[in-house]
Write a protein that binds this ligand. Sequence first.
Ligand code: KE4
Length: 429
Amino acid sequence: MGALSRKLYERACRSIPAGVNSPVRAFRSVGQTGPFFVERGEGAWLYDVEGNRYLDFVGSWGPLILGHNPPGLAEVLEQAIRRGTSYGAATEKEIELAELIIRMVPSIEMVRLVNSGTEATMSALRLARGFTGRDRIVKCEGCYHGHGDAFLVKAGSGGATFGVPDSAGVPREVSGLTINVPYNDLVALGEVFKNAGEQIAAVILEPVAGNMGVVAPLEGYLEGVRKITAKWGALLIFDEVITGFRLAPGGAQQRFGITPDLTCLGKIIGGGFPVGAFGGRREIMEKLAPLGPVYQAGTLSGNPVGVSAGLFMLRRLSQEPPYEYLESLSARLEQGIRGNLAALELELTANRAGSLLTLFFTKGPVVDFTSAKTSDTAAFGRYFHQMLSRGVFIAPSQYEAGFINAAMTVEDIDRTVEINREALKSSQP
Ligand code: KE4
């Protein structure tokens, strides 16, 4: 870390816990005391305060599928801001965004906007409990659904990285209602339902997991979860905060042909602005206040600036879909990395789903949290720094996804493959 970043970090630590506003940004999982500080982002690149530039595979953790500041976005936002930054009153643009989300994600008949992925999952959970009259929920070990109390039970993102399966401050009465099952394990899920099926309001999962590193559903897994939840009258909630609008215009549910009862969205939907959403079957959504008994609210929900960013992103993704281009870049990167592993005779595991990719420092296969946790996180930490020092910024944690974005070029990918090879060589013990 450069002298300027170090100085800023020391100053930040005096006023912000660990100097950051979200734990993973502190780089503690890769053994570094503090992060570099960003000066600006442009296209596929991040620039730090020392003027170093990094090819950005974090992309604000998913929202920036078009890269930083895609052409046209700043102008749209400037116009929006000039009309006021927030009204706390209804606007036509909120209807336009809702209608566009419904067009792109067919399982969504009605949708409500919120301000983050956490708010989307928290609200979807309360709605599922209100709709079914049941209290228990099922989640998968290694899946992360934001920092709502009910989900901080073996959370797979920050929690796993910090080796803290539960969070302090979550009452036992709350975490006791959350049942964890291994991802990709229908037998375990069936068992849970056999024991407590009538008490279970919902199963929530990432249809492609990104928060234990990238782990795709095994053949038949999502279909099996759909069947079990339907049989027992529990709702199926797809947390598509990462996969929504990324794996396809209609997200993972379009890619795998599964219809959940509720879907949670975030990240891309705001293009870097704080926007989230949850939506699904009309009969469920109509339980929401002020129509129905399930309360949910938000001062800045449907905010005109965030909505303008969301309309820009989703219109761009539906009118000029980057998915083929992203697939070609992502496949090229995966092939390059696999070629390096073979040439260096390294038995590591590269998992990819569309433009999501994780290199696990373990032999694999990595199909759930238990297999992900066999990764050598110290080796990953060395690799992270070798990549960063060569100008490639990957997630500062083994248990996160890498995000390829449409501002990247074939040359960027080919350069990354070369750097990956050098970094792998120099990070060997
Ligand atoms: P936010 O509240 O952070 O907007 O969304 C929570 C969330 C919900 N569901 C999924 C599948 C998610 O991946 C997330 C947030 N993802 C993390 C990265 N693993 C955000 C980065 C961070 O926590 O700083």
